[in-house]
Structure formats: C-alpha cells, structure tokens
Design a protein around this ligand. Structure first.
Ligand code: PLP
Length: 358
C-alpha cells in the first residue's frame, strides 16, 4: 500500500522497522518505550537527544527554545496571540487558504486581526502575492502566515523579511521538507503528523525574547515560559510520539539533512507536475511559482471520474488520495517519507486510468 494521505501520513519505512524491532524491549529496559516514565533517565536522555537532533537538522540558533507540546497546530492558533500579545493589540494575518484563515478566526478571539488576503484567481489559476506586496500594518505586533496550505496545495517558498517585525509561521505541512532560515522567525510551529512523526505532538520553536510575556490568566499548559522551564514535561508528554519523532530526525540526518530532503522532494514534485501538465486529462490549478512540493491536488475531467479514480486507485494499493471536501478532486501528499519510486507508481496508475477513461 502506498499512502498519499495528508496527515496522519506515511512514515519512513526504515523508522517503522526500527520501532517494530524495539517495540517490546526498548534500550534493554525489557519494556516498551510507551510503558516507561517520562521522568526516567532513559526517556529523559532520549528526549534531549531528539531535541538536539532537531536543532542540528534545522540549524536552530541558541536563542530559540524548542518545545514538544500537545493540542496540535490548532492549539497554537490560540497560544500564539495569548503568549505574545497584550490587550487590544493588532496582529497581521496573511490569508492564503483554508488553514491560515482558521488561524485568523481563532486569533480574532484574543486580539484585533488585520486580515490580509493574498490569493489571486487568474482565469482559474491560483497564485499568491509575493511577500513584498503584503499590506502590512505598521503598528501590528506580529505577522502570521502559512508557508504551505495543505488543502489547496499552495506554497510560499521565500522566508519573508520585514524590518523589525516578528514573523510567526504555521509550518505544519512543510517543516523538514527544506532548510529554513530560523533566525528570520519569532515563532515556528508544526503539528507532527505529516513530516515529523505520529499525531499527538506539536513542535514549537520560539525566540527567547517572546517567552514570558503571557498574561497571568493564561492556562499554564499553553504558556511557553512554563513549558520551556519544564523542558516540555510540565504535564506528561506524548512519549511514544516523541520517540517516533526522534527516530525520524535520525533518519533525516542519515539521508543527508534538509538539503538532501529538499532535493528528493523537488524531484518527486517536479515529476508529478510534469506529468499532470502534459496530460489533457488531469489538471492542477496552481501557478507554477506557488505549487506545493508536499501536497499536489489535481482533478480529472469530471466529478464522477474523480470518484472512480479514487476507487480504482485503492484497488491498486494507492490510498489517502481523495481531495479535501472543500476543493474536491484528488490530492497526492508526497511528504519526506515517500520515495521517488512510489510517485512513479502513482504516475503509472494515472496513465493507465487516463487510457481507459480518457
Ligand atoms: N495547519 C496546517 C497547515 C495543517 O495542514 C493542519 C492540519 O492538517 C493544521 C494546521 C491543523 O493541525 P492539527 O490538526 O494538528 O491541529
């Protein structure tokens, strides 16, 4: 089976094999890692090593904390304003698609949100205004944006730069897909269930000067200062998800880090877009410069054929390829764990389907 799901998504095969091998006896403890205390020396050491591996891979400067939290990216939609804003302040929210709009809607409960819509529809072709054209409010406390809209397959590849502005980004569906210049950001957050590990853990990378500003009434569990002080173990962390994420970080290191990951991801995406573009049967409506290298949505000539495609695909071991209900069609999520041969297999299936239904 090849799993093209947007998340929870496929994990690297090598990682699953290793997890399976040590499932019943982790690090010679005679127990599964799931059964051990997060306060035990073995797990504490493992957690520190996983955090350091993530720091190494992303080249995270010393003046940033790395937190392993719960509540998914959605908890961060609330945590970000609650941690770094005082009353009545304004924040700029860049709206590029579904998830960035969800982030604005949540933030609006806590602050004044300046919504900046950046999607252009040019005769059915969707593109995003480059960051140089974003209408930023000079008084805003920060700018929030989403570099990869998982549902629409819309991506922003540049790290935006604005003088003296804090930039906050939801990297849920593209973290670890390519190098990021962390020092251009105030906060980066990402749910794990696409490129990091299983669902249940959320990574927050936050610059030191943004920690400790939360109001008294903020629940401690959401407070970056509390979580940083307790090394993300203020409450019991999702130890298994943390463990799996640690294996994924080692796997990325072994493959050559994020530059190698980006190369692998670009090759897969280019191959798939190239095939879609030369076909009269399949269509992707995203402008070339904003095409995601993680989520590739496409349609066939009709909704009936889309439905049949999804059914036939599952008979050929291709699962998780149905598009999100708000855009329809199909979506191939081709995160880090997927290799080139698996995308080639999808393309072969697409060719066959086109031949019999075109
Ligand atoms: N942001 C983006 C870009 C996403 O793709 C998703 C989920 O797919 C979310 C936020 C919500 O994540 P969670 O379910 O972890 O809260």
């Amino acid at each position: 089976t090849i799993n093209f799901s947007a998340g929870p998504a496929m994990l690297p095969h090598e990682v699953l094999i290793q997890a399976q091998a040590e499932l019943l006896n982790w690090h010679q403890t005679g127990c599964s890692v799931m059964e051990l205390s997060h306060r035990g020396k073995d797990f504490e050491q493992y957690a520190l090593e996983a955090t350091q591996d993530l720091r190494d891979i992303l080249n995270i400067p010393d003046n940033y904390k790395v937190l392993f939290l719960q509540g998914g990216a959605r908890a961060q939609f609330a945590s970000v304003p609650l941690n770094i804003l005082s009353d009545n302040t304004t924040a700029d929210y860049i709206e590029s698609g579904y998830w960035s709009k969800c982030a604005s809607d949540e933030a609006e409960k806590y602050c004044h949100v300046n919504r900046i819509k950046i999607q252009n529809d040019n005769n059915g072709i969707l593109s995003l205004k480059p960051y140089e054209q974003w209408q930023i409010n000079p008084d805003s406390a920060y700018i929030h944006y989403c570099p990869n809209e998982t549902i629409e397959g819309l991506a922003i590849f540049d790290d935006p730069t604005f003088d003296n502005k804090t930039i906050v980004a939801d990297f849920s569906s593209c973290i670890l897909s390519k190098p990021i210049n962390i020092s251009q950001y105030g906060i980066i957050y990402a749910g794990a269930q696409k490129n990091i590990g299983p669902s249940g853990i959320t990574i927050v990378i936050v610059r030191d000067d943004l920690i400790g500003k939360a109001k008294q009434e903020l629940p401690s569990i959401l407070d970056y200062a509390v979580q940083a002080k307790h090394d993300s173990m203020f409450n019991t962390p999702p130890t298994f998800a943390w463990y799996m994420s640690g294996l994924v970080f080692k796997w990325i290191k072994q493959l050559g880090g994020l530059t190698a990951m980006e190369e692998r991801n670009r090759s897969k995406a280019e191959m798939l877009y190239r095939y879609i573009d030369q076909s009269d049967f399949y269509h992707n409506r995203i402008a070339t410069e904003n095409r995601s290298i993680m989520n590739v949505p496409f349609t066939s000539p009709s909704e009936d054929l889309d439905k049949r495609f999804v059914e036939k695909a599952s008979q050929h071991g291709i699962i998780g390829i149905k598009g999100h209900r708000i855009v329809g069609g199909m979506r191939a999520s081709i995160y880090n764990a997927m290799d080139l041969a698996e995308v080639e297999y999808l393309i072969e299936f697409m060719k066959e389907f086109e031949k019999t239904n075109g």
